[in-house]
Design a protein around this ligand. Structure first.
Ligand code: PLP
Length: 220
């Protein structure tokens, strides 16, 4: 099947309130353009250099989501044009985003990445770390960072019940954080979880923002 056909099929399976991010990482500019031509505007990338090349080559109405681990020294390169940084896993990174966004005179949307998976290797903040950071409150002074929700990756397992319980945990944490810190914020609304293998399950478990790569573009 073509990229266009895959994309349309994924879109058709999603509810209206669920946003689709097409994860184009490791796929070519031409493949990314195929999805663009089929109407897709939100794309996810995880490496700064690759993102830069695609941003330069492709139409400027694309909304680029940085979904990978972002090193603080790379923030300055993407700050001028990135739409949203999805995997913010420390106050240090958020402070750097604030600094670079201020220099560009823009506000950058971010998501708080939570570590809920069983593996040691998955990145993100433990729920208690995230809550402690929010409680401490330095983020409130950041005028160029807008916290728009949470992001997480489930454990890499075939155990559907395990994945379901992690997704439901993410939903519960979102609600908790929303109630405690962002009740007045319309922007704090994004629950980013679900990838090619589990986006329908994620949708069932309250995701409203799925990041789908190989299901659209094929294997990397
Ligand atoms: C690669 C990646 C995806 C997409 O993965 P697929 O299984 O190809 O859909 C989603 N989220 C993150 C953070 C990724 O790194």
């Amino acid at each position: 099947m073509s990229i266009k056909a895959n994309l349309l099929e994924v879109k058709k399976s999603l509810r209206d309130n669920v946003e689709l991010v097409a994860v184009s990482k490791y796929h070519s500019i031409e493949e990314t353009r195929e999805a663009y031509d089929a109407g897709q505007r939100d794309f996810g990338e995880s490496r700064e250099q690759e993102l830069r090349l695609k941003h330069e080559a492709l139409p400027k109405d694309i909304r680029w989501h940085f979904i990978g681990k972002l090193q603080t020294n790379k923030v300055k390169y993407i700050a001028p044009y990135v739409s949203i940084i999805e995997a913010v896993d420390s106050l240090k990174l958020m402070k750097e985003i604030e600094k670079q966004a201020a220099k560009c005179n823009r506000t950058i949307d971010v998501l708080l990445e939570l570590h809920l998976a069983q593996e040691e290797t998955k990145s993100g903040m433990l729920p208690e770390e995230c809550l402690a950071m929010l409680e401490e409150g330095e983020w409130r002074e950041m005028e160029h960072v807008r916290i728009c929700g949470i992001m997480m990756m489930a454990s890499n397992t075939d155990d559907e019940e395990q994945i379901r319980s992690e997704f439901l945990r993410a939903k519960a944490l979102f609600d908790d954080i929303k109630g405690k810190y962002f009740a007045q914020s319309e922007a704090f609304s994004i629950r980013s979880y679900g990838m090619s293998g589990d986006y329908l399950l994620a949708q069932e478990c309250g995701s409203n923002h799925v990041r789908v790569g190989s299901r659209i573009f094929g294997e990397r």
